[in-house]
Design a protein around this ligand. Sequence first.
Ligand SMILES: Nc1ncnc2c1ncn2[C@@H]1O[C@H](COP(=O)(O)OP(=O)(O)OP(=O)(O)O)[C@@H](O)[C@H]1O
Ligand SMILES: [Zn+2]
Length: 566
Amino acid sequence: MAPSGGSSDNVVQCPVCALEMPAANINSHLDSCLDTKPSGATSKKRRLSSHEGSEIHGKTAGSAAPSFPMFQKPKPAEHIQEEAPSKSMASPKRTAMNHKWKDIHVASNSEVIKKGQDERVLPTQSENIQINGRKMAEKFDGKPLADRMRPGTLHDYMGQEKVLGEDTMLRKLLKANDVPSVILWGPPGCGKTTLAHIIAKNTNKNNTRFVTLSATSASTNDVREVIKQAQNEIKLFRRKTILFVDEIHRFNKTQQDTFLPHVECGTITLIGATTENPSFQVNTALLSRCRVIVLEKLSVEAMEAILKRAVDSLGIQVLGEDEQAECSSSDASEPPMYIEAKALTTLAHLCDGDARTGLNGLQLSVQARLAGEDTQKHGMIIKEEHIKEGLQRSHILYDRAGEEHYNCISALHKSMRGSDQNASLYWLGRMLEGGENPLYVARRLVRFASEDIGLADPLALTQAVSAYQACHFIGMPECEVILAQCVMYLAQAPKSIAAYSAYNKVKECLKNHKGPLPPVPLHLRNAPTKLMKNLGYGKGYKYNPMFSEPVNQDYLPPELKGTKFV
Ligand SMILES: Nc1ncnc2c1ncn2[C@@H]1O[C@H](COP(=O)(O)OP(=O)(O)OP(=O)(O)O)[C@@H](O)[C@H]1O
Ligand SMILES: [Zn+2]
């Protein structure tokens, strides 16, 4: 990069080599510069943790330092796939299990190539059958299935009809080529990043650049750099820049201040993605400049369609309940592969609306089967149990909405109650590593601090509330240590259920009371008006500070005299 001098209006920066020069020189410079520099490519990089040699769910976008496609020859126009009905919108009503998977229409793979949306080279239907284990293993090489399957068009984008169905605002704006700055809010793996890419591809066709930043790792300088490039692009080529910011709620004040004015004046169209409620987590200045689009967990039907598309692209055939896998024909060099329809349905249910989890689970199961000895000889069928194994091995079988969620939180609570900090930490880890919402755990810690520790150490409540707030500010993964610290504190603390059980006795008493509840004794009532005073309100009340010796006075209604809750 060239040293940057003071830029004035007639000084521009070369979008290729970033050298600054008088505007008059730029054209001749570009001619020579373009011959020597290859164009860059932008892609969202994910941090992938590897597990047993295979890549698995990596939620947090990692090291995405910006890489700028400074100048790219315009690509062929891409159109919104209006004519093709969205599969999930068609929502096939399926009854017979056996036919279910076949009814889901997935664009044949050769179609995908024709549309030229993707560099993925996918097999045709007849080739599918020929695909063998070795080829399959090659297919997985390097790139997670979820990334490979990332749809490039709305046609392959499943679900989310509330925001993308006909007559929705976003649809109309996309059609009109007029995408405003938006914030996409939704749970992990529901398609935020994917949608951002699709929007970018569909906007102004050749006249848009797409740049990605991750709010967790981008520096203020990175942001400045993006803006500078965007300004040059507008000046030189009249090209707009769409800036995609992942985890936008993590952007700090300086970063926001740096680019907000440029969002406002239209140099940059911002697409932010966040898993957190933007009304709490996103700066109000930013929020007021963007429309918030709420994406939902993917439905089971949408998940099924996504999995079916992946299975097709891998050349795996879906086996209905009473279908048998055909024996490999003699001429095929390697046996064909199958997956039970039931296995796919189970996977669609287990991944909790997170397509990345679903696709990674599929990939792991397939890879595990490929490694199996019997597979080589007899061909392979992926069954429900393999899917479950696959998910378990990648530690993602943690059903955030279901039983596992309650089982683990209960185990944590009981371990802390038993003052076993060791086990407590284990259960905490099971939940957080499984993708549990840290605030859900933190809320439970707050309850525990009162219900189980209470007056034995009133500071515990302060600790737990602080932990909750800290998690709220910081988010995963950093907040995990905060929770660990609090869990250890609570496990070590002395325990008392005095307040908890006393209050339960009060509730019990109220519940079991027969007839009308006793009135509040007159002497305990306040008498703000004369009438009330005349009615005897407050009469005979002994104001404690006026007495030097202990005051003898009843505070319970006479009917309850002598009742003990504590
Ligand atoms: N609606 C969808 N239709 C088809 N595939 C999808 C959809 N949503 C997600 N996927 C698949 O899941 C993968 C992950 O999705 P994506 O990166 O868009 O999720 P995200 O919402 O940005 O998640 P995160 O918050 O974890 O970054 C994609 O590569 C794609 O293969
Ligand atoms: Zn140059």
